[in-house]
Structure formats: structure tokens, C-alpha cells
Design a protein around this ligand. Structure first.
Ligand code: KIV
Ligand code: ZN
Length: 533
């Protein structure tokens, strides 16, 4: 862990407060480069390339909400859409332009007057115009020569400039374009007055080292700020974006959660944090809002992110194994590169099959609960058993479990023990349960039916123990939300004819029937202890 910048164009003391709270490998300083700018602009294309994600179709209201959220996040340029594609698209862009956001609002346009007019007429102050320049795209898609492509680009840039907007130009499929032609295009559009040139890795086919080479080459002729637009077909979009910035790019195109065509674009949250952590490059993004931005976009687009997604995934700051939890509780930097608060996330100590007594003890102490070592071992054992059946335990469930175990009579010391239990249920059959109960060393087998599996089980237990018991109350509640939440069952029993002899049993578990049976057994045992049945 180290101070990041050492031998580059920027002052080595210029790390911002966020970068100082990121604990990266000390080897990163050997990769600092004098071509790297101190800060870059972020062009977010969630509403354009992101909306091209298969399965995503945003309503006008959703687009407006995302634009407002991006603006609040600190995005410099919002690519709000491709206005020429439909009237609906143009209306949404017009609405976004009317919001008076701080970000520049950009519309995508092919190199055609109609496309540029559609964008400018929708109210944008920034046009991103593009034409393909790779051999294959020119030949197979455009059916145009190099000269035709160049003059179309020049005309488009000149026309867009004449309409009074900021103009960014992209050679589509730039990273598969002949280098000399790519440079010629950059020179030509600069002479036409372009404000920014973007280098798209349209099919995501670059490696970071190749990106560094290509950016260094085009920077020889590029006098306006260079931008980059990386697709993630090989999972390299973030790395390639960082490589481009390392060699001098001053803007990066991104999408929240890495949305976009096919495998998506570089993810905003990864690029922003990667720039800060590895290159000490600042952006205007308020990193504390990244978590919320990710959740908003996931919800509105209906594209959930993976739990293990970098920076904003549910597990990005989750710790389960005893060793990790122990380390993080002592000093978070042992297993966290930066604190979750920096990106608007929360640390999550997960109780699962790798949980150790140390983390359970620490977690319970946060809630003012102290257990003896034996009880703590019982809680850990229960957590592990639940985890083996696929259920991780959250804080509320842990507290309930600990209080339950702390208040329980040792099962081995009970007078009434359940030795066997089965229940049959389904459609068009009467739920039937069979139990074997040991009462003070004597085994009794009994079967009974009920209106459901819980009822059948409780009736079978009563038949085995005593018909003189009746159920006065049965309460079932989920401790937290979710279909896999732990449930808490309370069973109240009484002796027939004697209102005063009552007993309560409680249990917590993941299976409603087993938990109900356990609660009933506890209540029966207590009743037995107080009254000879
Ligand atoms: O991927 C791409 O090349 C694009 C262009 C429109 C820049 O999205
Ligand atoms: Zn793209």
C-alpha cells in the first residue's frame, strides 16, 4: 500500500482525499506515465449505447430520471440518445434538454445533415457524429471509398459546427482501421473545426497494451482532446479505457453498470474508481453516489447486475470467511481496497458456512448481546447448518437466532424428545404425519392427519404425548423479507380443563414445518416439567 504518483507530470502531493483512502498495490506507481492527464471528462452513454442493450427499452419518464441522476452524479456529457431514430427518441431528448441540467446534452448523428438537424432541433448543445473507417465496414456496410468517407466526415463536422454546437467525431471501428487512414481522418476533421475526437473500440477487440500503442500513435496528430469508447467483448473495456487515458485520452465514454451493445461498454463506476486508484486521475463524479446510480439504472432498465460485480455488486464489500471477517474488523484495508462509503455502498458481514466464532461474537456485540462460549458455538453451528442448506443469515436473523438459542433449554436435557418425524402432503391427499417421541426413556409412535402439514405434525405429536393438550395459539412470522427468510414460530399449549397450566415454545429455522415441530416440542417439554400429564 502506497502513495501512488511518483514520477510523472503531476505533483506527487496532488492526490485528492478520495485517492488517499484507496489502498492499492505499491507496484502501481511503476506504471505511472508522463502522458497521463490530471483529470478526464466522463461522457455517459447509458441513454444511447446503454439503451441498445438487448432487452432494454426505456420510457420517456425513465430517461428523464436517469438523465437527472447522471447530472447529479457529476457526468460532464450525457449522450441522451440518437434523435434521428424515432420521434419518441427525439421527444425524450427534447425533454432532457429542457431540464436545465449542468451536463452538456449530446445527440448521436450519422454524418448526414438530417441526422445532425434532428439532434440540434431536439435542443442538444453537443453533437456526436460518426462514420465507419475500417476496411470491412467501408466495403461491406457503407460501400464507400476512403475519399468518400473522409469528405462525408468533413462535411458533417463543418455542418454541425455551423449549427452552433460542440462537435465530437468518431471513426467507428477505429481500432480496426488502418493506422495511416485513422490519422488522416483525425487531421481532416480537425481542419473542419471538430472540438473532440473519439476513438471507438467498436467490437471490443483491443488489448490494453495495443490501446496504449494506438493512442500514443494517434496523439501524434491529434490536437483536440481525445476520447475513447470501449466495448467489453473480451472483458477489457475498463482496462482499455484506462490504457487510453494513461497515454493521453482526456475523455472516456461509459455506461452505468457496463450496459451497452452486446457485452456492453466500459462501466462508469469501474472506470471512475480505476482512474482514481491506479492513475490518480480525477473526474467530476461524486463517487459516493455510484451505488445509488447503479441501483437506479438496474431497476429502471430491468437489467440486474451480478452480485460479484466490481464496485457496486452486492458482494463487493461482503465478507464471510472467519479469517477475512477477523481482518476486516481489525482494519478494513486488510481485505478492502477502499471503504464502501466512498462509493455509496455498505460493508456486509455475511454469516454463512465459512463464518467463525469471532465474527459472530463481534456482530452480536454490536447489538449488545454477549453469549457464553458454548452458546456461541451453538449459534455458529446453526449458522453453518443453515448455510449448508443454501441459506445465509442476515443481521436481524442472527440476533433472533442468538436470543432463541440463549433462551432454550438444552435439548438433551428435555423430558420429551422427538426421535423421528415424517409428514406427507401434496395435492388431493390428506396431510399425514408420523412421529416417534421419547418420554422419560419410553418410545411412543403415533400418526395423525391435519388440514395441512403443520397441523398434521402437531396432531401426531399430541397423539403421541397426550390428547389432553390443546393448541391455543400458533404464530408464524418471517424475520426478514425474501422467500428464503428465516421464520419464527411460537406455539402456545394448555392442558384441557385447566386454564392456568399453559406453556409457550418458540423456534427459529428455515423450514416452516420443522420449525413448528421444534417449537411444539419445546412447549410440550415445558408443560411436562410443570405438570404430570
Ligand atoms: O461502438 C461504437 O463504435 C459506437 C459509435 C456510435 C461511436 O457506439
Ligand atoms: Zn458503442
Amino acid at each position: 500500500m502506497t502513495e501512488l504518483r511518483s514520477s510523472c507530470s503531476q505533483d506527487s502531493n496532488a492526490r485528492g482525499p478520495e485517492a488517499d483512502r484507496i489502498f492499492t498495490s505499491h507496484f502501481n506507481r511503476f506504471a505511472l506515465d508522463s502522458s497521463t492527464p490530471a483529470s478526464v471528462e466522463i461522457l455517459d452513454t447509458t441513454l444511447r449505447d446503454g439503451e441498445q442493450t438487448p432487452g432494454v427499452a426505456l420510457s420517456l419518464e425513465d430517461k428523464v430520471r436517469i438523465a437527472q441522476m447522471l447530472d447529479d452524479l457529476g457526468v460532464d456529457v450525457i449522450e441522451a440518445g440518437f434523435p434521428r431514430t424515432s420521434k419518441g427518441e427525439q421527444d425524450a431528448i427534447r425533454k432532457i434538454c429542457s431540464l436545465g441540467l449542468n451536463a452538456k446534452i449530446c445527440g448521436l448523428a450519422r454524418c448526414s445533415k438530417q441526422d445532425i438537424d434532428s439532434a440540434v432541433d431536439a435542443g442538444v448543445n453537443y453533437v456526436h457524429t460518426f462514420i465507419a473507417t475500417s476496411e470491412s465496414h467501408m466495403k461491406n456496410k457503407l460501400k464507400m471509398t476512403k475519399e468518400e468517407v473522409r469528405s462525408r466526415a468533413v462535411e458533417a463536422v463543418e455542418y454541425a459546427k455551423s449549427r452552433g454546437v460542440i462537435v465530437e467525431f468518431s471513426c467507428e471501428d477505429g481500432t480496426r482501421t488502418e493506422l495511416e487512414f485513422l490519422k488522416e481522418m483525425h487531421i481532416a476533421v480537425q481542419e473542419a473545426g471538430v472540438d473532440k475526437i473519439n476513438l471507438p473500440d467498436t467490437v471490443g477487440t483491443m488489448s490494453p497494451a495495443a490501446m496504449e500503442y494506438l493512442v500514443s500513435e494517434v496523439m501524434r496528430v491529434t490536437r483536440v482532446p481525445l476520447s475513447t469508447h470501449c466495448h467489453d467483448d473480451f472483458g477489457m473495456a475498463t482496462a482499455n479505457s484506462l490504457a487510453a487515458v494513461r497515454k493521453g485520452a482526456r475523455q472516456v465514454h461509459v455506461c452505468v453498470n457496463g450496459l451497452g451493445e452486446r457485452a456492453g461498454n466500459a462501466a462508469l463506476e469501474e472506470v471512475v474508481m480505476g482512474l482514481l486508484a491506479f492513475l490518480n486521475v480525477r473526474t467530476n463524479i461524486d463517487t459516493r453516489k455510484l451505488g445509488m446510480a447503479s441501483k437506479t439504472v438496474a431497476r429502471l432498465t430491468g437489467m440486474p447486475i451480478s452480485d460479484s460485480k466490481a464496485i457496486v455488486g452486492n458482494n463487493a464489500f461482503a465478507h464471510e470467511s472467519g479469517i477475512h471477517v477477523h481482518g476486516v474488523l481489525k482494519d478494513p484495508s486488510t481485505y478492502e481496497a477502499f471503504s464502501p462509503e466512498l462509493v455509496g455502498m455498505q460493508r456486509n458481514i455475511v454469516m454463512g458456512k465459512h463464518t467463525g466464532a469471532h465474527s459472530v461474537k463481534e456482530k452480536l456485540s454490536e447489538y449488545g448481546i454477549t453469549l457464553t462460549d458454548n452458546l456461541l458455538a451453538d449459534v455458529v453451528d446453526k449458522i453453518k447448518r443453515l448455510a449448508e442448506s443454501g441459506k445465509n443469515v442476515d443481521d436481524a436473523e442472527l440476533v433472533a437466532l442468538a436470543l432463541h438459542i440463549a433462551g432454550q433449554v438444552d435439548k438433551e436435557r428435555r423430558h420429551v424428545k422427538l426421535k423421528e418425524f415424517t409428514v406427507f402432503t401434496g395435492m388431493n391427499i390428506t396431510p399425514t404425519s408420523t412421529v416417534v417421541v421419547e418420554i422419560d426413556g419410553v418410545l411412543t409412535r403415533s400418526s395423525d392427519v391435519g388440514i395441512g402439514p403443520v397441523d398434521a405434525a402437531l396432531n401426531a405429536i399430541r397423539s403421541a404425548v397426550s390428547k389432553n393438550i390443546s393448541l391455543t395459539e400458533y404464530r408464524l412470522s418471517a424475520i426478514t423479507g425474501g422467500s428464503d427468510a428465516l421464520c419464527e414460530v411460537t406455539v402456545k399449549l394448555k392442558l384441557n380443563g385447566d386454564q392456568k397450566v399453559m406453556s409457550v415454545g418458540k423456534s427459529i429455522g428455515s423450514d416452516i414445518v420443522l420449525t413448528s415441530v421444534d417449537a411444539a416440542m419445546e412447549a410440550i417439554d415445558r408443560l411436562m416439567a410443570r405438570q404430570k400429564l
